[in-house]
Design a protein around this ligand. Structure first.
Ligand code: PLP
Length: 236
């Protein structure tokens, strides 16, 4: 199956999941998770009509930007920014940073966006299953954080993002998606400085239909569009 056919199939599945949940298909944006796929693959996905691209690694973002791979679609950053000295290569270069996952990073993003004189849109990443291996705020940290978001004057929270555990059986992640939806409703019920919640980024190749049933407005899909990623074989 080609990337073009895959995008069409994923779109149809998104529409089906939306309609089954009494939602309009247009409410859900399709973000192509492009990690480990080259500029040609990214261009094909954009031509096939994905709404945006999500990059995981700064190096790939820089490289593919240089190759003009994202022409015609916004690019988002969706990976872990472990080294805050890399924020310069991301802030102001992407439409949305989906993976703002800790206070120290927020401070670094704020400093860089202020230095550039821009407002950077971000999502707060929630570690909904409290997995050791993953970044993200614990669910109970989110409300106190947004209540005091006025100090991040160069950032604007647009919503929440989450990466739940890889699920073995369909439906397993619904409780996590529902928890994020509930949290976003709590935030949306009040008015906080520099915060609005119009994006819920949740759902990947294996579970996007469940995420859509639970209110997702953006699914990040890699494998179902590009096929399995080829990780380099370990060197002997
Ligand atoms: C790789 C990745 C995805 C896409 O995962 P697939 O299972 O290949 O669809 C989505 N979100 C993030 C943050 C990712 O790193």
């Amino acid at each position: 199956m080609s990337i073009t056919e895959n995008v069409a199939r994923v779109r149809a599945q998104i529409a089906q999941a939306a309609l089954a949940a009494g939602r309009r298909p247009e409410e859900i944006k399709l973000c192509a998770a492009t990690k480990m796929n080259d500029a040609a693959a990214v261009r094909e996905a954009i031509a096939a009509g994905v709404d945006c691209c999500g990059e995981n690694r700064v190096q790939e973002l820089v490289q593919k930007s240089r190759e003009n791979a994202y022409h015609g679609a916004p690019v988002h950053f969706i990976g872990r920014l472990l080294q805050t000295n890399k924020v310069r290569q991301v802030v102001g270069k992407v439409e949305l940073i989906q993976s703002a996952d800790r206070l120290h990073l927020l401070e670094a993003l704020q400093a860089e966006a202020a230095r550039q004189g821009i407002i950077q849109d971000i999502l707060l990443e929630v570690n909904v299953a409290r997995e050791e291996s993953k970044g993200g705020f614990a669910p109970e940290e989110i409300l106190p954080l947004v209540e005091n978001f006025g100090r991040f004057s160069a950032l604007r929270v647009r919503g929440l993002m989450t990466v739940p555990p890889i699920c073995q059986n369909s439906g397993e992640n619904r409780k996590f998606f529902q928890e994020i939806l509930d949290l976003s409703v709590d935030i949306g019920a009040k008015k906080y400085d520099n915060v609005c919640v119009d994006i819920l980024s949740m759902g990947m190749s294996g579970d996007f239909a469940d995420a859509i049933a639970c209110g997702s407005t953006m699914v990040r899909v890699g494998t179902a569009i590009f096929g399995p990623r080829r990780y380099a074989a370990p060197q002997p």
